[in-house]
Design a protein around this ligand. Structure first.
Ligand SMILES: [Zn+2]
Length: 258
């Protein structure tokens, strides 16, 4: 399904903080805003393509245990905020208006950051669960791209997907406005809902806009069916490499062995 259509009238005010850290509280690692961070409200449904691509590329680093996977997760949080999977019983909007007072109370009581309001500075998400949400989407993407080398790998991807995609912590409600030109407004419960919805739309779009770059291996979004590279830079690098390889092959006379 086309994302433009899917995200029509999606009301998704979210809050990201200016900076995040990974911190340990009672032997559990959390990803959370730093003490001096400033809140930045924004519409997280504005650029669903970018959201999906950034999540897939973070998921790729987590899946392959890349050395800079922590940085990729922090970058995602700085750009979009936390996923909001601690909000299953209430809407983000309610938490938003109640956040201030709750923040002070929770901080002085020294309670676990996980239970505070989703938009409070002391709200954190268990880092392992945070990461698992990204690998679930990435696992689905790899399978959909046909990048599976063995039945064992297929099973591993399916398990990662099943465990952490359909966990019931996202959700979508709606509102019908009153008046002469009524509008149907979709109200996602959290950023995770918006992300999963955007991914699901892109993954089922007949134009197959989610692709892997032929040069750098990153995920990217393009509605051009002939597109093979995430950027002009990658296309140039690939062409230069191909040219050099052909030249070298011609010099050594090995072009017939390809
Ligand atoms: Zn690339």
């Amino acid at each position: 399904m086309e994302l433009k259509e899917l995200f029509l009238n999606l009301n998704a005010q979210w809050v990201r903080w200016s900076d995040y850290e990974i911190a340990e509280v009672s032997d559990v690692q959390y990803i959370r805003p730093v003490k001096v961070a400033e809140p930045i409200p924004y519409n997280c449904a504005e650029k669903p393509e970018d959201l999906v691509v950034n999540a897939l590329n973070a998921g790729m680093k987590i899946w392959h245990a890349a050395p800079d996977l922590d940085r990729a997760c922090l970058d995602f949080a700085r750009r979009y905020g936390l996923l909001g999977f601690g909000t299953s019983n209430t809407t983000a909007q309610n938490l938003f208006f109640g956040a201030g007072a709750q923040d002070e109370r929770a901080e002085s009581a020294g309670t676990s950051p996980y239970y505070n309001g989703v938009f409070s500075r002391s709200y954190g998400e268990p880092f392992d669960r945070f990461k698992a949400k990204f690998t679930a989407i990435y696992a689905h993407f790899l399978a959909a791209q046909g990048h599976i080398s063995s039945p064992a790998e297929q099973e591993k991807l399916r398990k990662a997907w099943e465990r952490d995609f359909s966990d019931g912590i996202d959700g979508l409600t709606y509102q019908l406005t009153f008046g002469e030109k009524p509008e149907l407004l979709w109200k996602p419960r959290n950023l995770l809902t918006v992300l999963r919805l955007a991914y699901s739309g892109a993954a089922t779009d007949p134009a197959a806009p989610l692709k892997l770059c032929k040069f750098c291996g990153n995920a990217y979004y393009s509605t051009n069916p002939r597109s093979e590279f995430c950027s002009a830079t990658c296309r140039n690098h690939f062409n230069v490499n191909t040219f050099r390889r052909r030249k070298k092959d011609a010099e050594t006379g090995s072009e017939c062995n390809d």
